[in-house]
Design a protein around this ligand. Sequence first.
Ligand code: ADE
Length: 358
Amino acid sequence: MAIISDNENINLGIKKNSSVKKNPMIKPENNEYDKTYENSIRPKDFDNYIGQSALKETLKITLEAAKLREKPLDHMLFYGPPGLGKTTIAGVIASQMGVEIRITSAPSLERPRDIIGILMSLKGGEILFIDEIHRLNKVAEEILYPAMEDFTLDMTTGKSQTAKTLRVPLPKFTLIGATTKAGELSGPLRDRFGIIHRLEFYTIRELTQVVMRTAGILDIKINEQGAEAIAKRSRGTPRIANRLVKRVSDFAIVKYDGIITEDVANKSLDILKIDEFGLDTTDRALLDLIINKYDGGPVGIETIAAALSEDVRTIEDVCEPYLLQAGLLQRTPRGRKVSPEGYRHLGMKMPSEQQTLF
Ligand code: ADE
């Protein structure tokens, strides 16, 4: 937890390992605190779910059709960067259908009995949500194939010649898979989803609405301009916007007159070292590293992660998607390169001989 020490600095209790300090607070890591907080502000219906309008429109039709046919929903796969509301939309779908949702993630389905246990405990119509589904192991995947296709579990009893396959019927359920890496899903698994949808980064306008809604739920005093200032620095991600509104609200209460205005938001976010693009110290350290140690790139992801003392997954899943989308970073077959915009963002000019490469 950050300790506010004075006007300009916050003590994050984190060791420096580059010219820029790390700020762990805005990372969309799914720790317990975040989960409880997120659950308390999660919208439960389409009207309160802001953004992803194309997805919402198709889902409304799909849900209506399933209700009219009295059939379970098709299996669905949602993919995209973390924090864009994949779990939230699954929760909305469940509550709109009036069914329970069971939430798990692939790393906790390590042994066959983990996935079998969950499948056998499902009731008709229920939704099984598997996060990080690209991390499912081969055995679990193969258990899922007949479960998804025919609502059966194929169990083998006995050994070699005496082995028998037992078909156990399962209730008709809907699997909702979520992943940040759709490309890592095996073809056969991907093919078993009837609906596959990519979640998009949110616009400033949408994030402003998310911030206003969250502030309303949490009784945080804020005006539209304050909400917009937070939205602008939230990297297109509602999870980050929701975290920042709480942090800024702490500043508003302790250092200002309790109301989040544009000025209060900007000053607080400056102190938190979140810049006008929403980049935090790790993002800037990443750009800084590639520019100053590797002449702007290309450089491999493992090298970047090792130099920043971060794991590859955090860099790939958390930092990169937004840097790529904002056009500050480029991915090439030989590694990552900082774009001319990336140089400009750090107040530097790209060496002219490199510029011709872009
Ligand atoms: N909180 C997180 N995501 C949200 C969304 N899409 N709409 C409203 N509140 C949210």
